[in-house]
Every structure is written in structure tokens, then in C-alpha cells.
Design a protein around this ligand. Sequence first.
Ligand code: C2O
Ligand code: CU
Ligand code: CU
Length: 450
Amino acid sequence: MKHPMSRRHFLARPLALPLVARGAVPGDPIEATLEAAEMWTMVGDRSALLYGYNGRIPGPLIEARPGSVVRIEFRNQLPESTNLHFHGLHIPPDGSADNSFRVIPAGGSFQYEFTVPSNHAGGTFWIHPHVHGSAARQVSRGLAAPFVIRGELDEIPEIQSAPEFLLVLQDFELSDGGIPREPGFPERMLGREGNLIAVSGRVQPVIPIRKGGWVRLRLLNASSSRFYRLRLEEHTMFQIATDGGALPVPRPLEELLLTPGERAEVMVQGSRPAGSFRLVNLPYSRGNFGTVTAVDDSTLATVSYEGEEQQPVRLPERLVSLPPLPPPVRVRSFALGQGMGMMGGGFTINGRTFDPTRIDTRARLGEVEEWEFVNGTRMDHPMHIHTNAVRVIQRDGSVEQSLRDVVLVRAGLRVRVRMQFLDYTGKAMYHCHILDHEDLGMMGVLEITR
Ligand code: C2O
Ligand code: CU
Ligand code: CU
């Protein structure tokens, strides 16, 4: 029998990943090398043949500030082509910045370079491959690296003083020999899920908390299809940030749903006398196809009371505020569909599967648009838009006071978002972040021009 102590792995602050790069002051250039390669690594007590950046699952953390110049020397040592996408960053969608059209062949290298705008929101972003047709496979083999921008939220004393943990959620499906299993077509249609879940590369890590004190959890869903419905036993989570940065006020939650690609930051207070509490992943059904995916053990991590008691402090009532968005000049509709017959089960947006040579949507720099996603399928689709963050229009017609880049469009339902095309022209993409759906065609090209 396993002694419970054998599962105790303490995460160091801010996390157990090496910092490849961090800018000490605004404007400090950040230089990093990222090498993608296939490697044997341990996930919990299993050895696995995965893909990693710099030999790690997940890849190293890059931490920047508004105004940072970022240079990443990227080397592709994989046996196949790949590239880097900077998910959620507001940077140019072309050139040597967030250019998802550029493909780096096996053995090739490329220098990515961009400047984080000086008014960029702080938040949790990430890097992952984005080659159409192989995104799901490469991400599900482990390629993901967190990219944090320190901003306004990090200056709030009650938040700054809390120990911070980064939880990168990844799932793997391995053979007994530790080789990733490539799913068949039906599984790709649903979106592949693996039943070995890693939290920042570890299985069921322990997060220490002090009685009375707060911890800050940065959560990133880096799985290719799995949704996480998170609950921390006997503790309320206070959400302070969504994908694109801080919320105006902390939002108390008993449960948090994190769809693929999505991020959230929550604060948790040591409000119990003592003990260990499980961060559990509750079952979630991604549509009306009759299966609820469950794993053998739904415990993702444990929050454990230790150390000295702390004098409790209150979270501030206000965090940061968002400037209002002008009204939209245009409303567009995007029908999410699934091909029949000849289409062989591909996924479509407005009846078409992805074609990199076609422009599906033309927008004007500076304009505000409202996009409505209409899900006519029996599956949920978390829709993601590159380059500019969006604000969700709520049921009552008000605009959500938070920035997102992944919005869940549930089976049979519709969701409206608004965004302004700021600063950059070029071609960007929008797609379902169930990466098998993206690979099977549910992606479009947006061109922003002057
Ligand atoms: Cu996280 Cu276009 O992807
Ligand atoms: Cu993205
Ligand atoms: Cu989808």
C-alpha cells in the first residue's frame, strides 16, 4: 500500500519550473531558448515518451511585463514540423511575432521576436504549437509553456503577498509501455482525452496553505480537449482573473469550469482549522452524445494546511477596471456545424472547413464588432480568437467586465462577444479550442486591415 507521504511533492514558489526569462524592469529584453523535442520523462510514477520544450512537461515559464521586448530562439528537434503560438497575447499576428501561418520544419529553427505593448493587461497566457492538422497531437503529447505578464493585479498588496502556484493541467493517454496512443477517428470527433492527468507535470501535487493566509492559484487548461470542472473541498475560490486579465471585483465560486485553452486565477484562504482538502475534477458532459468522461481518480491536487497561522487579511473589494468599449459598428454570425456525407465528419464554420489561403472575415483596424457564435451541433465548442481579447455579452445584454479569448458555446446554444481590433493588421485565426475540432476544420481566417 502506498503511504500517503509518498505523494507529497511540494511546489516551490512561484512554481516548480525553471524561469527561463524574466524582465526585472519594464523594457528589459527577455531572451530565451525553447527547444521542442521528443523525450522520455516521468509523469507521476509512469515513464512516458512525450514532446516537451527544453526537456520538460510543461515547458519553462516565461515572465514578462508590459513593454518587454521578447526574443525566443526556437529550435525544432521534433520528428515533424511545428511552430509557436502565443495564446492570448495581444501582439502582431504576422512576421516573427504570433504568426501561426509560419511552419518550422523538423530540424529547423526560428527567432520569434515581439514587444509586449506597454498597455498590455497582466495575466496568464501560454505558448503551444499551432500547425493545422497536428495541433491536437502535439499538444496532447505535452507541448505547452506558460507565459505570464505581471501587471496591475500583481501590485495589489493582498494579492502580491500570497504564495503563488501555477497549475498547468494536461492529460495523456499512454500505452502500458508509456507511448502516447493516437486516437481513432471517432475519438477525434469527440475530442481526445487521456486518463492520466498531470498538474504542472506532477500527479496529485500538494499545495501548502497557512491557516488564515491566502494562496493564489493560476490555472491553465493545456489539454487538447478535456474540460475541467474544479472544486476545492470545503473552500470557496475567489476568482480574480479570467483569460485576459483581472476581474473588476473578486468573484466567489464553489466550482470553476475551465475549457481547453482557458485560464483563470483564483485566491483561496486557509479558512479551516487544519487538514488536507482535495482539488477535484467533477464529471462534465461536453454534449449530447451520451458519454460523460470520467477518470480513475478525480483528485487533481491537495491543499494542505501547514506552517504558522497567519493573521487573516481581506481581499480588496475592487481589483482593476476596464475601459468601456464603444458600441459595435458591425454584427457577424458564425454558425458552428458538423459536415455530413462527403464532408466526412469535418467541423465547419459557416459551412466551410479551414482553408489557410482563404480570408473568411475582413475587419477594419480600430473598429468594434460583435460576433455571435451559433452552435448547431450536439457538442460544446470553446471558441478562441487570436490577437484581440473579447468581452462576453451576457444574457441581459450587458457586457461582461472581463477579457477573455476562449468562450464556451454550449451544444445547441449561442454566445455573443464584442471586441475592438487594436494596434495590429494582418491575418489571424479563430477556431474551436478542442484541438481535434480545429484540426478537423473548425477554424477561420480573420484579416485586419487599415
Ligand atoms: Cu491556443 Cu489558436 O490557439
Ligand atoms: Cu490562441
Ligand atoms: Cu469544438
